[in-house]
Design a binder for this molecule. Structure first.
Ligand code: COA
Length: 260
């Protein structure tokens, strides 16, 4: 797929995806969701890529939501399909990706924008970021996982307040809530994400992917987190990464993980 609304930059084992519709505050239209699906799929399959950062272009917005102009005239059936398809193609897809994904929240992260950031494995924000789920102000509810992931991250009461008031929280408040892990000046945002990515990429990609699976299993009704952890833990013992990690430790050298 030729990308119109996103671009990808790669530097050694790190890929950065930038959503590039700044005039529309990077709102997620159908095409952008499809492009993001393809980009994540392609980068996840590339064994050379160990971490993905996602951000928005411009200084104002990460993503200001799903593109309202595309669904304003939808029927009940269309609305249901929009949510189901979006969750399958992007939000659940990112949450369950085996490659770690960091959201660099560089401005407004509203509605589908906050839902995308929450689907990522963790979030870093700049001071100008503002986050919220304003859907009820449009007569709809969050449909890309927001009613589930926001309470998981900030607690039920705070999530209920954010959803019901349709209000935005500042980056500092988001930090206090545990919605983001760090808040930095905008020019330090991507460098900090790159630094964190560097720390991640020192470790076993296979073990990291098993850890993502085990953590996520505890947040899904049809999987048991503890049972998944036991299975994933056992599976690690059959990997070359485990052989290399333990051998390197015993030989007092830095591990060089083959990623298999
Ligand atoms: N969908 C479609 N277009 C959007 C959008 C969205 N979610 N968010 C912003 N845009 C567009 C605006 O329509 C405008 O386009 P135009 O220049 O062609 O008129 C452009 O992006 C710039 O937005 P604007 O509203 O002029 O910027 P602002 O600085 O005055 O306000 C926001 C910024 C984020 C407060 C405001 O754009 C907003 O409330 N956006 C919608 C947020 C939302 O409800 N998201 C959840 C959707 S489910």
């Amino acid at each position: 797929m030729d990308y119109e609304n996103i671009y990808i930059e790669e530097e050694s084992n790190l890929a950065t995806i930038t959503i590039d519709r700044p005039k529309k505050l990077n709102a997620l239209n159908k095409r952008t969701i499809e492009e993001l699906h393809d980009a994540f799929n392609e980068l996840d399959a590339d064994k050379n890529i160990q971490v993905i950062i996602i951000t928005g272009s411009g200084e104002k917005a990460f993503v200001a939501g799903a593109d309202i102009s595309e669904f304003a005239h939808f029927s009940v059936a269309d609305g249901g399909k929009l949510a189901a398809k979006g969750q399958e193609l992007l939000f659940d897809f990112v949450a369950n990706l085996s490659t770690p994904v960091i959201a660099a929240v560089n401005g407004f992260a509203l509605g589908g924008g906050l839902e995308l950031a929450m689907a990522c494995h963790f979030r870093v924000a700049s001071y100008n970021a503002k986050m919220g789920l304003p859907e009820v102000s449009l007569g709809v509810i969050p449909g890309y996982g927001g009613t589930q992931r926001l309470p998981q991250l900030v607690g039920k009461g705070r999530a209920m307040e954010m959803i019901m008031t349709a209000g935005m929280v500042s980056a500092e408040k988001a930090l206090d809530y545990g919605l983001v892990n760090y808040v930095v000046e905008q020019e330090e945002l991507v460098p900090l994400c790159q630094k964190l990515a560097g720390k991640i990429s020192n470790n076993s990609p296979v073990a990291i992917s098993q850890a993502i699976k085990a953590v996520n299993a505890g947040y899904s009704y049809d999987t048991n987190g503890y049972a998944t952890e036991i299975e994933a833990f056992g599976a690690c013992f059959g990997t070359n990464d485990f052989k290399e990690g333990t051998t390197a430790f015993l030989e007092k050298r830095k591990a060089d993980f083959p990623g298999s």
